[in-house]
Each structure stands twice: as C-alpha cells, then as structure tokens.
Design a binder for this molecule. Sequence first.
Ligand SMILES: Nc1ncnc2c1ncn2[C@@H]1O[C@H](COP(=O)(O)OP(=O)(O)OP(=O)(O)O)[C@@H](O)[C@H]1O
Ligand SMILES: [Mg+2]
Length: 268
Amino acid sequence: MNLHPHDTGTATGTGEGGQRAVPDTLIKLDGIKKVFLTDEVETHALSEVHFDIHRAEYVSISGPSGCGKSTLLSILGLLDTPSGGSYLLNGRQVEDISAAERARIRNKEIGFIFQAFNLIGDLNVFENVELPLTYRDGMGKGERRDRVQWALERVGMAHRLRHYPAQLSGGQQQRVAVARALVGQPSILLADEPTGNLDSKNGEAVMTLLDELHKGGATICMVTHDPRYADFAQRKIFMFDGRVVDEDTMHRLRKEEDARLFRRAETA
Ligand SMILES: Nc1ncnc2c1ncn2[C@@H]1O[C@H](COP(=O)(O)OP(=O)(O)OP(=O)(O)O)[C@@H](O)[C@H]1O
Ligand SMILES: [Mg+2]
C-alpha cells in the first residue's frame, strides 16, 4: 500500500540528476471574497484573497481572531462557497459544480482536522476512521480494513481500535482524528487550530505527527494562533481583516488596532 497520504508520486520525488521536481499547484485562489448576511448586516469575512498552495507544501495561516481564517479553510475544504473569485483545486474550477459532486470531491481530496476533534462518540476508533470510506463507491470491507489499519498505524493508535472517544485522552483523540483525515489518502490536509484544545505536550505531539506526514509527502494547510507551531510550516501566511498580508504589514496593522482600542478605552 502506498504510504503517502496522497497518490501524486511526483511531488516528493526527485527529477533527473537528483534535482527536486518542480511542485505543481494544488490550490489556486484568485480574488476570493466571502460576504455573510445576517439581519441585514453584511460581514466581509474575506476580501480579494489570492494565494497558491503547491503539492507537498506545508503552509500555516495566522492572524487575529475574526480575520477570516476558518472561513478561508471552509472554502478551501469545499464546506462553504465563496461570494466571488475563482478557486482551482487540482486543476478543477470548483465554484460552479453541483452539491453532490462537491461532496464527492471533498470526500476524496480533502482531509479535515478540527480543533474540537469532532469524533463520533457512539463509534469506536476503528469505526470513526472507517466512516469516510463507507461513503466511497466500490470500496470493499477488506480494503477499508487495510486502510484504517494503515492510517491508525501512521498516528500510533492501532492499539486502541475498540476504544470509544470518551476513553481516550485529548491528544489520542486528535491522533485518531488525524487518521480519519488521512484514511482516504486526500490531496490535502486542512487543519483548523488542531492543537487548540490540547496541553502543550499533546499539542507538540500532534505537531510532530503533522511534520512527519509532511516529510512523507503530505500537503498541509494549518491555521494556528501559536507562532511556535506556525514555525513548523515551510511557508507562513498572515491574514488581517479578510486579506492576506505580509508579516510586517500584519504586525503594523495589529499595533495600529491595539493603539486605537487603547485610545477608545481611555476616552470611554
Ligand atoms: N456563518 C456566519 N455568519 C455570519 N458571519 C460569520 C459566519 N462565519 C463567520 N462569520 C464572520 O466572519 C468573520 C471571520 O470569521 P472566521 O471564523 O473566519 O474568523 P477566524 O479568523 O477563524 O477567527 P478565530 O481565530 O477566532 O477562529 C468574523 O467577523 C465572523 O463573525
Ligand atoms: Mg477560526
């Protein structure tokens, strides 16, 4: 069985003469916008977001609370649709495709890891990890079992197949959630604050696991508040107020906002 969480082959291989192959673009966003309408209030969660993610890259996204990180990840993971702009995933334009086709692509191409683990309490470890495979047409029981075993071995949880989520520590639950994200061998792993509910020891263990998966060829896009964890990524993206900005701009804008809030508090 392929030990990479995706089947791309070229992304981690070396070209002629030992040169690393030029990575292809897996994700291409151009001018992505997202406007939420609630009680006639418009929230511009994303304004003109442009960026690319290459195969086998590890990218982190950081920025202040409310700047649009989770919204962006939901769009990348086809859980939500943008209000404008263009999104190319694996060479395919994804805005205009049907809901059923989106669900199929999401199941095949995307592995999601959430802050709150989101395991199903009534299912044991094996069944939680198997679940996404049960939505795949034509995959037999034997193949599902092999894949689940493989994914759980990758995260060091193969010895807990029959445990239920409530019988595991937070760090173990997140490792099972990583196995569930990996099991379908997706093109990309999207992680939204994967260490947010963990103490620092378990947080570091999950980060080490993601790092190992990246070294094995996985493409990862991770949202994190923690600069130490952002440093695990090869490339850091910063967001502020619905836009992608460079690091210096983000620090400047944050300082300006802090000063504004401070002045407002003083005059209140
Ligand atoms: N379903 C929704 N309906 C209305 N507004 C929303 C919705 N989801 C997000 N928003 C708004 O969009 C903006 C961006 O939210 P988002 O959750 O993407 O922020 P974030 O960067 O992930 O923040 P945090 O670091 O706190 O998780 C916020 O102002 C939020 O209130
Ligand atoms: Mg968020």
